[in-house]
Design a protein around this ligand. Structure first.
Ligand SMILES: *[C@@H]1O[C@H](CO)[C@@H](O)[C@H](O)[C@H]1NC(C)=O
Ligand SMILES: *[C@@H]1O[C@H](CO)[C@@H](O)[C@H](O)[C@H]1NC(C)=O
Ligand SMILES: *[C@@H]1O[C@H](CO)[C@@H](O)[C@H](O)[C@H]1NC(C)=O
Ligand SMILES: *[C@@H]1O[C@H](CO)[C@@H](O)[C@H](O)[C@H]1NC(C)=O
Ligand SMILES: *[C@@H]1O[C@H](CO)[C@@H](O)[C@H](O)[C@H]1NC(C)=O
Ligand SMILES: *[C@@H]1O[C@H](CO)[C@@H](O)[C@H](O)[C@H]1NC(C)=O
Ligand SMILES: *[C@@H]1O[C@H](CO)[C@@H](O)[C@H](O)[C@H]1NC(C)=O
Length: 736
């Protein structure tokens, strides 16, 4: 039965394949060059202003040592694809080398900015690759810091393997248009320069990279790629969605008949065009989409039958002695059972056989799917989780099936998207027509953490605090597990503060939110059975419910202090403006890193300013730096938010003082989250009942001064899974 099955499928698939991979001729505006050197330049790209759709697609064709090459700005373009809306470019890599002659470590940081252009960095095709024997390199864009650690000490380097030994890699956030690659200076080649003088970092096409152990030696990696690496960028026609673009036909780019418009999947509106099924060519020029002559494709889609091409389609008719099955002619088998039966009889028999085959295929496929689901379930520790759940009665945690979540989110429809992030998407879901939830669907999971996933879920599910978003369950039977959270209706604190809605937020509300968030973090740090560090405290991780009560989210994005460096293979995540400077130096996340980030949230509440602004002058880029210098110069009044300037100055000064303590450079000098929460609670009471004394008890003063950072004593389990906009690590108690 199997051969018949695969043959039918094969014929069907090869027809689809032929359609999908049909060569696409480049199309240009009249009088415009079709090529620059070896690179085809299809419209909307063009060389010269009137040859491109607009200036964003304009390329230069320049002679480099006698060969013509296309350039966008100073970046070489090596290939342009219309059907996939991608473009391949060559960009510089970053390096860090020790030069024994001058006894210096020199750096070259590469950067790329696609801001205000049609391009964005493809998160599907590219990876951040770091090569080196003692290297920590980061990629930084306006909202992310992502990087990894590569070493050659006590590890075996392997060709083709890039997971911390001589080479490490990390995923690229979705839809970014800007990045800068740079190295942590505390990891360098000063000690090992004789064998391995250089570290490299590249944001590059993962298909064009395979680790070779010789890359860590001298300058092999650099020379292999001649200093440049291939990068895949997506391009779209901005700034409208399909619906909006169609309103003005004079600027609508899908010019060809038989073409369709497809919305971009990133956050910024934009679209691209494609030829309808059965047509190929360039949808951006008039009559660019041409009928595909299916009958002339390499394999006749009718099998041995007669093929007739029509517009957008084709039709088949069969020679005598052949029979039409699923649109393909197949010979009628000469069976002894039907020696003289008329053709009709044979056809009926064949139809029955085909139905039986199809049914068997269907059953087999279903069984395969079922097995796959069970495998994923096991891989993610679902069995352990099940056992534990049985023994712990009264747990409200639920394991969802893939179907349930598909139903709840309307098959993960675009309309249900609540937000996109670096590693996946959050959807709004509805169970039983009335229970609202938020479903997180991530793009990838780190191999190391797969097995522990079920156990981690159990720990997170036991966190129960009114100011923490509740984890309701998860779905393990898919390749990358999905998480189901309680739905919080009123958006994020970030949106409340920076959302431009024109509402005045009273000081009491701000103080309430601050106190509740601090209380939640303090609970994570100290009250739970296994202390959990949040790891990515920021205003967009504080959600608000109907009464502006704070709910801290992504507590799963929690790192427990790594106990040794090897665990920190793919790590350093966090958000610019909130990252603890000490963490950047030591790569050790402590409870005091959360305190620092919380200090930044306090500043946002006080000043109404964003924590990090790329556009501002250097001085004002970082809110914490701006605040510190304002405090030093006694100009606190000047940076306070207009909405609260007139409020209780005494309370404002106390909050500012608290923020200042949280932002201390040295973690040990910062107060603990518990102290912060207590202080905010007291200030809140002062606001409500001004007669309460605004005074610290001496005991607290003492602990603030003599505070030593209590390092949380547990092991890290999982990094990088939970976060959507951030990365994560949670813990399990076992020693490692
Ligand atoms: C051009 O050729 C010269 C000499 O062969 C070489 O030094 C230079 O690096 C080349 N430039 C580029 C951009 O390839
Ligand atoms: C083309 O080259 C010129 C001169 O080098 C430069 O000013 C311009 O920005 C380039 N244009 C594009 C589209 O790369
Ligand atoms: C490295 O940097 C130092 C100081 O900036 C400079 O003097 C030296 O020439 C550089 N060396 C190389 C090989 O680039
Ligand atoms: C490497 O292994 C050796 C011997 O097992 C040990 O003494 C050394 O501390 C290890 N080095 C590191 C950096 O872990
Ligand atoms: C290299 O790393 C060591 C150890 O972290 C550090 O002490 C030294 O200052 C670094 N050297 C440079 C040039 O950054
Ligand atoms: C690794 O690089 C060396 C020299 O650079 C080359 O000879 C070897 O074939 C490469 N190995 C693989 C697996 O690519
Ligand atoms: C359509 O776009 C053109 C070019 O930008 C503009 O001049 C025109 O006013 C637009 N028409 C409408 C109806 O918006």
């Amino acid at each position: 039965m199997k051969p018949g099955c695969s043959r039918l499928l094969f014929i069907c698939l090869s027809a689809i394949w032929a359609l999908a991979t049909a060569d696409v001729p480049a199309g240009q505006r009249p009088g415009c060059p079709a090529k620059c050197g070896d690179v085809a330049i299809p419209f909307p790209f063009g060389i010269g202003k009137h040859c491109a759709l607009h200036n964003g697609f304009n390329l230069n064709c320049t002679s480099i040592n006698g060969t013509m090459k296309p350039f966008k700005w100073n970046i070489e373009v090596t290939k342009i694809s219309i059907p996939s809306s991608k473009v391949w470019m060559t960009t510089r890599m970053s390096w860090q080398c020790y030069f024994p002659a001058t006894r210096t470590t020199n750096y070259s940081d590469s950067w790329l900015s696609f801001t205000n252009s049609p391009f964005s960095i493809s998160e599907v095709d590219n990876k951040i690759i770091v090569i080196g024997c003692n290297a920590v390199a980061y990629m930084r864009s306006s909202t992310y810091v992502i990087g990894c650690y590569s070493t050659c000490t006590n590890v075996t380097l392997e060709n083709g393997k890039c997971s911390g030994a001589g080479c490490c890699q990390a995923d690229v956030p979705k839809g970014i248009q800007y990045y800068r690659g740079y190295f942590n200076e505390n990891y360098n080649t000063t000690q090992i320069w004789q064998a391995n003088p250089c570290n490299y970092m590249a944001l590059m096409d993962k298909a064009a990279f395979s680790f070779n152990t010789s890359y860590v030696k001298s300058k092999v990696f650099y020379e292999t790629y001649k200093g440049g690496v291939p990068l895949v960028a997506n391009w779209v026609i901005r700034p409208w969605t399909c619906k909006a673009a169609k309103k003005n036909m004079s600027t609508y780019a899908c010019l060809s008949s038989h073409s369709a418009c497809v919305d971009s999947t990133t956050n910024d509106p934009g679209y691209h065009c494609k030829c309808s099924n059965g047509y190929k060519g360039n949808p951006y020029i008039t009559a660019g989409c041409q009928d595909i002559d299916e009958c002339r494709e390499k394999s006749n889609p009718c099998g041995p039958g007669i093929c007739k091409n029509t517009q957008g389609k084709y039709s088949c008719s069969c020679h005598p002695g052949n029979y039409m099955a699923n649109g393909v002619c197949v010979p009628i088998p000469k069976s002894p059972h039907f020696p003289a039966v008329p053709v009709i009889g044979a056809s009926v028999g064949l139809v029955i056989i085909v139905i039986v085959i199809a049914f068997a295929c269907f059953i087999q496929e279903r069984r395969k799917l079922q097995n796959m689901k069970q495998n994923y379930f096991r891989q993610h520790g679902g069995l352990i989780l099940f056992e534990e759940m049985k023994s712990k009665q009264g747990l409200t945690f639920k394991i969802f099936s893939e179907e349930e979540l598909q139903q709840a989110t309307n098959k993960f429809s675009e309309q249900q998207v609540l937000g996109h992030g670096g590693h996946g998407t959050v959807y709004k879901g509805l169970f039983n027509r009335n229970v609202e939830v938020a479903v997180k669907r991530c793009m990838t999971i780190n191999e190391q953490h797969k097995k522990e996933f079920g156990k981690e879920m159990l720990i997170l599910s036991q966190i129960n605090h009114k100011n923490i978003v509740k984890l309701l369950g998860c779905c393990l039977e898919v390749e990358v597990p999905m998480l189901v959270y309680e739905f919080v209706p009123n958006g994020t604190l970030f949106h409340l503060i920076h959302g431009n809605h024109g509402r005045r937020i009273p000081l009491a509300t701000r103080l309430g939110i601050a106190h509740e968030s601090a209380d939640a973090l303090s609970y994570l740090h100290s009250s739970t059975s296994t202390p959990i560090l949040h790891g990515d405290v920021k205003s967009s991780n504080i959600l608000l419910d109907g009464d502006y009560k704070a709910k801290v989210s992504d507590f799963g994005a929690s790192i427990l202090a790594p106990t040794d460096e090897s665990q920190f293979v793919t790590l350093v995540q966090g958000t610019c403006g909130y990252l603890d400077p000490e963490y950047m130096q030591t790569c050790q996340l402590t409870d005091k890193s959360d305190v620092y980030s919380f200090g930044v949230v306090l500043l946002e509440l006080l000043t109404g300013k964003k924590p990090f602004s790329l556009d501002a002058s250097d001085q004002e880029k970082s809110l914490s730096m701006m605040f510190m210098s304002a405090v030093k110069e006694n100009k606190l009044q000047e940076i306070l938010d207009d909405g609260i300037k007139q409020d209780n100055m005494e309370v404002l000064e106390e909050i500012a003082e608290l923020a200042k303590q949280c932002l201390e450079m040295c973690g040990t000098n910062r107060p603990s989250m518990k102290e912060v929460a207590e202080k905010l609670d007291r200030l809140r009471k002062v606001m409500q009942h001004p007669w309460v004394q605004l005074q610290q008890d001496p005991e607290e003063n003492e602990s603030l001064l003599g505070q030593r950072s209590a390092m949380v004593n547990s092991t890290v389990v999982s990094a990088e899974y939970f976060s959507i906009e951030k990365e994560a690590v949670t813990s399990l108690g076992s020693g490692r």
